[in-house]
Design a protein around this ligand. Structure first.
Ligand SMILES: [Cu+2]
Length: 652
């Protein structure tokens, strides 16, 4: 088998290497350990298999060079027949009256498929529930204008993915394998800093916490998940994620809602994940470059740049089927995968409409032919089965390249494909018959139309990665070429973005890497302004004039800025392209494609700038709340987030 070619820097991609390629290339760092020794049970994704046995050329191991070796490849997941599992619908917890949802983070076991032994998992169990089955969490329903809380007990024990923990990462503690930390972040919520679930605000096993949510946004499909510093990827992988639906006077969740949206049994969460399994049912998660052995200083010893599972899991079942009535359904789709983007081509004969984005409803439904969702993005969909023929099956399949860069990118050598996601089978039953609404905002008995935002200042944010100089493989991801923590070991407080309260800023996200990154800002919802290509080599060369040689992406320059980030203005090429209809709504996670500047308009508070609800409280009532303080923004590829593609920001 031929060796994987080195990439030119412009296509060097942090995520472009699924575990196998890294493993094959990165060993032999002089630690004198047999590559095949003491390796955790092989736990790598499908794509890694192709790399088995690969050895890089020039691997003779002279002084100062790396001797390359090979980690054993993992087996693929056992063959699991698709569409035999029926889609489960998570329990709903109703806190619309202002009550508290009581959850327990705990270990358990879960059956993902009848032909697979049960899997050791983590999950958010509803307090008082018994039995070992736990994976993910209930759907929590709250209501705008009614604060509510989620209280949680950390009852976590043995971590199912303990072997994948990387103790070279900041934030990790010595007890995370057997008594993991935990913290709930409500993704997309307008929360004050102390309630936001920031990475360092973890509680230890045995402790409890109560998060108070003001719920002063418009209706939206939010989600909650663990955010523990240094191991978010493993917590979420093991099961710590659930949906949180915010309702309001229009999107009430009741059958008689003014928008005529399907409710009750016709409104269903679809939480998409990808997982790989070992024969014994346990999760298979990729091992990093050094097969768990000691790495050179400054290098991760266990981390893999991305994890891609070889089977789809929807609401906790492998490639399930959902029997649907002949009617209209509302599906609340969440991509809760660690790293996988989904690009679903929808059946031409099945009318599918997107009615909402991360932060709430669009002005009007958008007829979809395809659906692209990056990790952490949500799509609120209406699917009209009213004219479907009884007995018809519709299969949703994915063709996004993994790692993902652009819609037209050819598959990489280490491509980790995942085709089958979900099947709908039409039954003879009759479902919701109301028509798909023509508009969702701006009309009678509808919420106000999406406002136009105007920024008063512009800030540049650079996405970059650090690569091993010998083999051109990823070591860290960064934002602004900085670490999340400073020399004190705490989140940095200097050289961070510090927007003023009650302003709207334009953030220009400059992606110098070879992959697309879904960038998430805590606290606020924002809008996409446009995207524009830029000359990445020229831009990076300019950045490097401000760094010691050899410059980016060499590890010796990691964490050295420059800050503020260099403006991309002199390096822009082509024309700006405005948002597609499905990206015109409120967003909290935006795809920043490689080689492009992604411009977003971000209100921080923003009432003084004339920005109304959803996320700053309703200006017509006394419930306006504007939060200052420290939050974070980061890439939502969880492997990137954990390995330093994250920065604090402070609203002053
Ligand atoms: Cu990323």
């Amino acid at each position: 088998m031929g060796a994987r070619p080195m990439r030119p820097r412009t296509s060097l991609a942090m995520g472009a290497v699924a575990g196998g390629a890294v493993l094959a290339i990165w060993l032999g760092n002089g630690v004198g350990i047999s590559a095949a020794a003491a390796i955790p049970t092989a736990r790598r994704p499908d794509s890694a298999r192709a790399m088995q046995g690969m050895v890089m050329p020039g691997s003779t191991g002279g002084a100062g060079s790396r001797t390359d070796a090979v980690c054993p490849a993992s087996a693929p997941s056992p063959a699991l027949t698709p569409f035999t599992e029926q889609l489960p619908v998570p329990q709903r917890i109703d806190v619309r009256s202002g009550t508290s949802a009581r959850l327990v983070m705990r270990d358990g076991k879960h059956s993902f498929h009848a032909d697979l032994p049960s899997t050791p998992t983590l999950g958010y169990a509803v307090a008082g529930s018994t039995g070992p089955d736990v994976y993910s969490g209930p759907t929590i329903e709250a209501r705008k204008g009614t604060p509510a809380s989620v209280s949680v007990v950390n009852d976590l024990g043995e971590h199912p993915l303990a072997l994948a923990m990387d103790h070279t990462f900041m934030g990790m503690t010595g007890t995370d394998e057997t008594a993991p930390r935990g913290v709930i972040h409500l993704h997309g919520a307008h929360s004050e800093p102390a309630q936001d679930g920031l990475p360092q605000d973890t509680i230890s096993s045995g402790q409890s916490a109560t998060y108070r949510y003001v719920n002063d946004q418009d209706s939206a499909g939010l989600w909650y998940h663990d955010h523990s510093w240094g191991m978010t990827r493993l917590q979420v992988s093991a099961g710590l994620a659930g949906q949180y639906w915010l309702r309001d006077a229009f999107d009430t969740g009741k059958a008689d809602n003014p928008l005529h949206l399907p409710a009750g049994a016709s409104e269903i969460p679809l939480t998409l994940q990808d997982r790989s399994f070992n024969l014994d049912g346990s999760f298979s998660y990729p091992v990093g470059a050094f097969c768990g052995q000691d790495a050179p200083a400054g290098y991760p010893n266990q981390w893999a740049p991305e994890s891609f599972g070889d089977v789809a899991v929807v609401n906790g079942k492998v490639t399930p089927n959902l029997d649907v009535a002949r009617g209209v359904y509302r599906f609340r789709v969440l991509n809760a995968s660690n790293a996988r983007f989904y690009h679903v081509r929808l059946p031409a004969t099945l009318p599918v409409y997107q009615i909402g984005t991360d932060g709430g409803l669009l002005n009007a439904p958008v007829r979809l032919k395809e659906l692209l969702l990056a990790p952490a993005e949500r799509a609120d969909l209406l699917v009209d089965f009213r004219s479907a023929v009884v007995g018809t099956s519709y299969q949703l399949t994915n063709d996004a390249v993994a790692p993902y860069s652009t819609p037209t990118a050819p598959p990489e050598e280490d491509e980790a494909p995942l085709k089958d996601i979900l099947q709908f089978t039409v039954t003879a039953a009759t479902g919701v018959q109301s028509d798909v609404p023509k508009t969702l905002r701006g009309g009678r008995s509808q919420p106000a139309a999406l406002p136009t935002l105007k920024a008063t200042s512009t800030r540049t944010v650079m996405l970059n990665e650090i690569a091993d100089p010998t083999v051109d493989e990823p070591v860290h991801g960064h934002i602004n070429n900085q670490f999340y923590a400073d020399a004190t070991g705490l989140p940095r407080t200097t050289q961070i973005e510090a927007p003023k309260l009650d302003t709207v800023e334009e953030w220009d996200i400059v992606n110098t890497t070879g992959d697309a990154h879904p960038i998430h800002l805590h606290l606020t919802q924002f809008r996409l302004l446009n995207r524009q290509p830029f000359d990445e080599p020229a831009y990076t060369a300019s950045v490097n004039t401000r760094l010691p040689a050899p410059g980016l992406p060499d590890p010796s320059t990691s964490g050295k800025g420059p800050w503020p980030a260099v403006s991309p203005a002199p390096y822009l090429t082509g024309s700006p392209v405005g948002p597609a209809p499905v990206e015109q709504g409120w967003k909290d996670t935006i795809i920043a494609p490689p080689g492009q500047v992604t411009r977003i308009l971000v209100p921080f508070g923003g009432t003084a700038a004339g920005v109304p609800a959803p996320f700053v409280g309703d200006t017509r009532t006394a419930s306006v709340q504007r939060f200052a303080g420290t939050y974070v923004f980061h890439c939502h590829i969880l492997e990137h987030e954990d390995n330093d593609m994250m920065q604090p920001y402070q609203i002053r």
